[in-house]
Design a protein around this ligand. Structure first.
Ligand code: 3H9
Length: 707
């Protein structure tokens, strides 16, 4: 086989070493499975070969099937020729040597091998469910036979990546070798050791671990029940359970046949297509068309956060989680103590819930160093300012940062809407300034919007994007402007939900529609959770700045009558003491009716579809204006923001992908009709009209040039 072949075979002293070399992650693209099959057959046919090793070149073993191939026409597999079947049929032992990732079809190949050896940093998993399918190469049949149906189902239904040490404990990995050892040599040594072992250990022949399903007959129903809430509207998680159930009730070959049928039902489902789209959109968002890929990044070893409020504390926690030492600055000792106490009590809650160990809490707390003077942060590589959302306060902080920070330090501002250029212009180094917008709670939400100021240097932005990824976020670039991209596109949704209430819809109806659609929590319950005073303050500010600003009289009335949301036991809903469940409140219904009467607004009923479309179309229209102005690179970036910032159901792909499913002409027609009925706020974006006229989907929209 040629040096540049996708799969290479070498005879190293009687051990056939099969190397998969398909960068970047050794996906099983066309040619790779065929290459593995050919190599295994070659090893079996060669009398000088005693055993074989399967290993990946580069940074991973095998990351799974090539996701781009799903949904395309492919010839059906010929029985007996699939990689896992050929490995099963191998007369000579095969050792899978795992580093990086063994995911999906990659782990399935390792499971069909006879032995598995890994380095501690390796991760294994069957994440197919996350792209709306199930492991279709015997994974649902072999894993339960190896580790028992309960543990297998947990792994397959969650799709999580299991660290090698844990995988060893579960029985997936036979042997761990030190990180510093030569994995290839260790696997060759193991292959020599097992070369004469017969019969070969084949997982398909085992059924001892399946006994759990007999002793615990309710196992599968209990699993279905436990996922009912989060797997709402989805098929794949349930098909995964059905496939494991088949492993426990059918002989191996029949079970594999059942797995295949279930896989075929999923591959082209709406859910699988949307999830594949989301997978690639989250990779595309990292690409910056106007910043060269090779732009050198500024090194970041130490970070500082200015402001120890809820946001600043959450940001410090994000850094600490990923091992960054971070200085937390607050000039007042009292505010600093309060901030630290808040961080500690957040961690303590996680420890109580079992999601964090005590030792990990201590490790993270040690990384957060409280400081009270700007001089203490002067040597940090990056500063994230997270003080009050007031322009003069932020300007003051940037003047101070400009005075003290070492040359080349990155100066980021966490604001949800203030013009980045104001902060940049408060310094003599606007090229080092950009926005980094975290979403609340900052240590939980994945979205990280990097906002481009007029003078932000390319490396300031590229380093910001990379920094977000380093602290576990999904970074997305946004142009400067009121609300940037995420919040600006979400804005009209917030306006329409309030206006529909004035017109006769009730908060519980709106919330039910959105929860049924797939949101984890309805928008009114979310508002109650955040606190209604936040929106109230910003409305007051905006009304003062702009006399034409659309007032929200009912939302204002709630706040003025002391209903601030969950924290006061009442907001759009009422809450029982110590319970977060929102209960519809007849008092709110009465307040709405009276206010609407006073304002002379006619009351009517709404269909669920009208509610859904009013909220989401309003945002689609705004998103088109954002693209038209060139404030976002791609419609799919906006989808990534909605998925990771606002809880939009992932299996619907994102706002724009969902709207494409309805069809741009229909979305445009409805928006134009609402423009006639409700006036200017529904004026259709020019871009939307053009797309409707040319039959172009939103995800192919070409943005304007401003970014
Ligand atoms: C499966 O196996 C089904 C089986 O049961 C068989 C059924 C019959 N395919 O994420 P990154 C690309 S289903 C195609 O930035 P990282 C990715 O698009 C599969 N392409 O790197 C990107 O391309 P680009 C089950 C893939 O280090 C580049 O590789 N497996 C695939 O942050 C780098 O990716 C999975 O679901 C793929 N499978 O993370 C695993 N994987 O540079 C999916 C990656 O052009 N993959 N690419 O933008 C992952 O979760 C992550 O990529 C991984 C690495 C954790 C491996």
């Amino acid at each position: 086989m040629a040096e540049d072949a996708l799969v290479r075979f070498e005879n190293l002293g009687g051990i056939g070493v099969i190397t998969i070399d398909n960068p970047p992650v050794n996906a099983l693209s066309p040619g790779v499975p065929e290459g593995i099959v050919e190599a295994v057959e070659r090893g079996n046919a060669d009398p000088t070969i005693k055993a074989m090793v399967l290993i990946g070149a580069g940074r991973s073993f095998i990351a799974g099937a090539d996701i781009r191939q799903f949904g395309t026409r492919r010839p059906p597999p010929v029985p007996g020729t699939r990689t896992h079947e050929v490995l099963d049929a191998s007369a000579k032992p095969v050792v899978a040597a795992i580093h990086g990732y063994a995911l999906g079809g990659g782990l399935e190949i390792a499971l069909a091998s006879h032995y598995r050896v890994a380095v501690p940093s390796a991760k294994v998993g069957l994440p197919e469910v996350l792209i709306g399918i199930l492991p279709g190469s015997g994974g649902t049949q072999r894993l339960p036979r190896l580790i028992g149906p309960k543990a297998a189902m947990e792994m397959i239904v969650s799709g999580r990546h299991v660290p090698a040490e844990e995988a060893k404990g579960l029985g997936i990995i036979d042997e761990l070798v030190a990180e510093s050892a030569d994995l290839r040599q260790a696997a060759i040594a193991m292959a020599r050791c097992v070369a004469d072992t017969r019969p070969l250990p084949r997982i398909r022949d085992r059924d001892d671990r399946l006994a759990d399903s007999k002793t615990e007959p309710g196992l599968f129903d209990a699993m279905r029940k436990s996922i009912a809430r989060r797997a709402r509207n989805q098929k794949a998680p349930y098909h995964c359970i059905a496939a494991v159930e088949a492993a426990c009730s059918m002989p191996f070959d029949e079970g594999t046949q059942r797995e295949r049928e279930l896989f075929d039902e999923l591959e082209n489902s709406a859910e699988a297509r949307a999830l594949r789209y989301a997978f690639f959109a989250e990779r595309e968002v990292a690409k910056l068309p106007d910043i060269p890929r090779e732009t050198p990044l500024r090194p970041i070893e130490t970070a500082a956060i200015v402001g120890a409020g809820t946001m600043g504390g959450g940001i410090a926690m994000s850094f600490a989680e990923f091992g960054f030492p971070v200085k937390l600055l607050e000039v007042s000792q009292e505010a600093l103590d309060r901030g630290l106490q808040r961080i500690r009590s957040n961690y303590e809650t996680s420890v109580r819930r079992g999601s964090l160990t005590e030792a990990e809490m201590e490790r993270r707390l040690k990384l957060i160093e409280p400081v009270r003077s700007f001089d203490d942060i002067a040597r940090c590589d990056v500063v994230v300012e997270a003080v009050f959302e007031r322009i003069p306060v932020k300007e003051e902080v940037f003047k101070k940062l400009d005075e003290v920070m070492k040359p080349g330090a990155l100066l980021y501002t966490n604001t949800s809407g203030i013009d980045i250029d104001i902060m940049a212009n408060a310094t003599k180094r606007p090229q080092d300034v950009a926005g980094t917008h975290f979403f609340a709670p900052a240590n939980v939400m994945k979205l990280f919007e990097v906002v481009k100021g007029t003078k932000s240097a390319p490396d300031t932005l590229a380093t910001g994007m990379a920094l977000g990824r380093k602290i576990g976020k999904i970074s997305a670039m946004a142009g400067n402007g009121d609300g940037f991209v995420a919040n600006r596109s979400r804005g009209p949704f917030g306006i329409e939900m309030n206006i529909m209430i004035e017109e006769g819809a009730l908060p519980e109806q709106v919330d039910k529609v959105m929860v049924d659609f797939g949101y984890p929590i309805g928008p009114f319950a979310t508002a109650d959770l955040s606190g209604l005073d936040i929106g109230y303050d910003s409305r007051q500010r905006r009304t003062a700045e702009n006399p034409n600003y659309r007032k929200m009289p009912i939302a204002d009335l709630l706040v003025e009558s002391g209903r601030l949301g969950q924290k006061t036991g009442a907001g759009w809903f009422r809450y029982e003491k110590g319970d977060r469940t929102p209960h519809p409140d007849p008092k709110v219904a009465r307040m709405i009716k009276e206010k609407a009467k006073e304002l002379g607004i006619e009351q009517r009923s709404f269909s669920d579809e009208e509610i859904l479309h009013r909220l989401l179309f309003a945002s689609v229209n705004e998103a088109c204006k954002i693209l038209e102005e060139g404030k976002a690179y791609r419609a799919s970036d906006i989808d990534v923001m909605w998925l990771n910032g606002f809880g939009f159901p992932r299996y619907r792909g994102g706002l724009m992908y969902w709207a494409d499913g309805i069809g741009v002409p229909e979305v445009y027609r409805q928006i134009a009709a609402w423009h006639q009925r409700y006036g200017e706020r529904w004026a259709p974006a020019l871009l939307l009209r053009q797309l409707a006229e040319t039959g172009t989907p939103l995800r192919e929209a070409k943005p304007g040039r401003a970014m």
